[in-house]
Design a protein around this ligand. Structure first.
Ligand SMILES: [Zn+2]
Length: 194
């Protein structure tokens, strides 16, 4: 029988089984459910309370659908966070001043014909933004593999979650392809580490 392959590996029945994604979407009021934002977020490093907690505690999300919520997408912090660092702001200012100096010297170059010193200065000032850009490019090269691995971990977790089933009788989740059940509170551990 084709349906029996979906039955709970613990009690062997199919009557109390529902797909996890269906429980989550039906357990949340349509007005307040925004993507994966449900108050509590998960990352590969563990559980964390998100900003959305305040706006969504009043929603009609049931406790079960909250427990079964999908893993939260890791934020893309490859470039934005770099801009926020104090050192980066200094570099940005340096780059901006360099550009400014370049344009000023360029204006001087056209007015005073044949000024060799101005020519050198304008090339030097153009070198500063070029240096700043190179540093940014180099930094993004370093940090990208880390962000990429976190993202691929999440993608693996979310694709497992999409195939997850829940048994109301046993209060656990399982993948039909595996022959064991995982208690609901260990769902995230199961998704990320098994
Ligand atoms: Zn069961």
């Amino acid at each position: 029988m084709a349906a029996s392959s979906l039955s709970c590996p613990h009690c062997g029945q199919l009557d109390s089984v529902r797909k996890v994604s269906a429980i989550v979407s039906s357990g949340t009021s349509s007005g307040s459910y925004t993507g994966y934002g449900d108050g509590i977020g998960y990352s590969s490093s563990g559980m964390m309370i998100m900003d959305e907690l305040i706006t969504l505690t009043g929603s009609s999300q049931t406790q079960l659908s909250s427990l079964l919520s999908p893993p939260r997408e890791p934020p893309d912090r490859t470039f934005e966070s770099k801009l926020a660092r104090p050192g980066s702001i200094c570099l940005m200012l340096l780059g901006a001043f360099g550009m400014l100096a370049f344009f000023i010297s360029l204006a001087n170059l056209t007015s005073e014909s044949g000024a060799g010193d101005t020519m050198v200065f304008s090339l030097l000032s153009l070198g500063i933004p070029a240096l700043v850009f190179t540093i940014y490019w180099y930094n993004s090269k370093i940090e990208n593999p880390l962000a990429a691995s976190e993202r691929s971990k999440w993608q693996r977790a979310i694709s497992k979650w999409q195939h997850l089933y829940y048994c109301y009788r046993c209060d656990g989740v399982y993948l039909p392809s595996l022959n064991y059940i995982v208690p609901t509170q260990y769902m995230m551990t199961f998704l990320y580490y098994e």
